[in-house]
Design a protein around this ligand. Structure first.
Ligand code: FES
Length: 106
């Protein structure tokens, strides 16, 4: 069974999406036509895949890399705990049911 997530776009609309094992979280959003530019192609260098996660989920994912954190701190709406680059989040069955919110465009 694919993992399912709820994505909230910048208008507040919720989308139920299937997360396949070979996708990063950024790819799930982009491939379902949500407005995630992903201009760097997932190499943690553009921040256009900035998302907010619930704090409990973000904590479970562990520390962000120094590069990820540096980009996020410059991004619009940065949240010390919940901000993540979706391209840096690999599929994990344990993430089934999470809610992910698109951050404002930088
Ligand atoms: S897609 Fe560019 S930082 Fe994630």
């Amino acid at each position: 069974m694919p993992t399912s997530i709820t994505a909230v776009d910048r208008d507040g609309t919720q989308h139920s999406l299937a997360w396949e094992e070979d996708q990063t979280l950024m790819e799930v959003l982009r491939d379902n036509d949500l407005p995630v530019l992903a201009s760097c192609g997932g190499t943690a260098s553009c921040a256009t895949c900035h998302v907010f996660l619930d704090e409990a989920v973000a904590t479970r994912l562990g520390e962000r890399s120094a590069d990820e954190l540096e980009l996020l701190e410059e991004a619009e709406g940065y949240r010390a705990c919940g901000s993540r680059l979706a391209c840096q989040i690999e599929h994990d069955d344990a993430l089934d049911g999470i809610r992910v919110e698109l951050a404002p465009e930088s």
